[in-house]
Design a protein around this ligand. Structure first.
Ligand code: GTP
Ligand code: MG
Length: 426
């Protein structure tokens, strides 16, 4: 359960924190959007009646904010968490993606070498379809074979190209919670690593290096991550030593001088050195929860069986299966925590700072307009008062003059009467 009082729903996975944060920030921006729309409409009205209250620039700024907020709202609804998988050919990248999805979505294995970038994300419509780069056409995907065919034969794909695979959200909780998983061709098959990084890695929240536990980390794999960390500050990198089941079954590991534990220790030390000393992306303590020994193939098989309601036949399981399965689950837990935290920071921090700045600037403009209108009201009142005083004075004067005239007329009348009566008497 969450301790954040703003989050009202129960949270069962760290990924849902991202969803909650997205919902909240979306609501805030919808409020801001209402406010900007309201403010701009009122300003247009006021401007029609009293053109001196609002300066042209102020109206223009508010209209600009209106389109800015609209833009942010649109980006926000599209925001998701992105994880990218890299490693040498055949290390099991596509199998790891499938294991995490819980079913065979991407083609893998011999004859199914991944030959372009594949981004699996939740489909809004509930249908499975793919969209190639630069096209709006939705190609329906009925099965993995169909997908493999579409990728291999229907169009000559460039290795750098990105194909979006939209998969029904109800089939996988990762997709439901807005995670996009990007599978890639082997890092050893391309001379264009820089282009790959620019095109596909800049906005990734987490990187997973799928290594082969049967060999040590290769220069090409290390080189790729060195390049990534020159372009991104402190990328979040997980290292999966895949095919750990195969090494468990190798007879040479079973003698006392070269036990699987020793191999694990050696891999662990090398991988830790790579993350801590070479790339400097984490501390030795953090490295423990970044390096895992797994078998993607076993996890995928187990999950497919479970999905189909088939029991896991314990007799057919290789030695150490449960430990490897649990280690894969532990990787998933750490991965979920990491990606959710990182995506909230990178995606929403920027938006919330922009939002704060925007509201601050708008407040300043509205305050200036308010103060100006107050000043104008005050000066009109003063003018009115001055005018009133003048009117009062004139009125007084008029009363005085009228009174004086009245008296004078009375006197004159009296005078005339006197004179007339005198004359009559005479
Ligand atoms: P490319 O797309 O060609 O670069 O390969 P990839 O890295 O995507 O490897 P993929 O997932 O296609 O796996 C290659 C082969 O290794 C397949 O036959 C998988 O079944 C097998 N494989 C993958 N993971 C494991 C594992 O953990 N153990 C074992 N024994 N085999 C595995
Ligand atoms: Mg592949």
């Amino acid at each position: 359960a969450s301790r954040n009082p703003l989050i009202d729903e129960q949270i069962s996975s760290p990924l849902q924190v991202f969803g909650q944060a997205k919902k909240q920030i979306n609501n805030i921006f919808v409020d801001i959007q209402d406010y900007v729309t309201d403010a701009s409409e009122r300003m247009i009205d006021v401007n029609k009646i009293c053109p001196d209250v609002i300066v042209e620039n102020e109206l223009k700024s508010i209209l600009d904010y209106r389109s800015k907020v609209k833009g942010i709202c649109e980006v926000l609804t599209r925001d998701h968490m992105k994880v990218a998988f890299f490693g040498r050919t055949s290390n099991g990248k596509s199998t790891v993606v499938n294991a995490m999805l819980g079913e065979k979505v991407l083609p893998s294995g011999i004859g199914h070498t991944t030959n372009c970038f594949l981004q699996v994300e939740g489909s809004q419509t509930g249908d499975a379809y793919l969209v190639t780069e630069g096209s709006n056409e939705k190609q329906n995907v009925e099965s993995v074979t169909h997908l493999a065919h579409a990728l291999n034969y229907e169009k000559q794909l460039n290795e750098k190209e990105l194909v979006h695979v939209y998969w029904p959200k109800d089939k996988c909780s990762l997709l439901r919670d807005d995670v996009a998983l990007v599978d890639s061709p082997g890092v050893d098959v391309t001379p264009h690593l820089d282009d790959w990084i620019d095109a596909h890695c800049i906005d990734a929240d987490v990187f997973v290096l799928v290594a082969n536990a049967e060999s040590t980390l290769m220069v090409t794999e290390k080189n790729f991550f060195h390049k990534v960390s020159t372009k991104l500050s402190k990328p979040n990198i997980f290292i999966l030593n895949n095919r750990w089941d195969a090494s468990a079954n190798e007879p040479e590991f079973l003698d006392q001088f070269n036990s699987q534990e020793q191999v694990r220790k050696q891999h662990m030390e090398r991988a830790t050195d790579f993350l801590v000393k070479e790339l400097k992306v984490c501390t030795p303590e953090e490295a423990v929860s970044r390096i895992f020994f797994i078998s993607a193939k076993e996890v995928l098989q187990a999950r497919v069986k479970e999905r189909n309601g088939q029991a896991l036949n314990s007799g057919a399981l290789a030695e150490g299966f449960s430990a490897r399965y649990m280690e894969f689950e532990e990787f998933e837990r750490r991965f979920e925590e990491c990606i959710s935290k990182s995506a909230i920071k990178t995606k929403f921090l920027n938006h919330s700072q922009q939002g704060k700045q925007l509201v601050k600037e708008m407040y300043k403009i509205m305050e200036t307009i308010y103060n100006r209108s107050q000043e104008q009201t005050h000066s009109k009142m003063c003018q009115k008062k001055e005018f009133q005083e003048k009117l009062n004075f004139t009125e007084q004067q008029l009363i005085c003059i009228t009174n004086q005239m009245k008296m004078k007329i009375h006197q004159m009348v009296d005078d005339v009467e006197d004179k007339v009566s005198k004359a009559l008497n005479d």
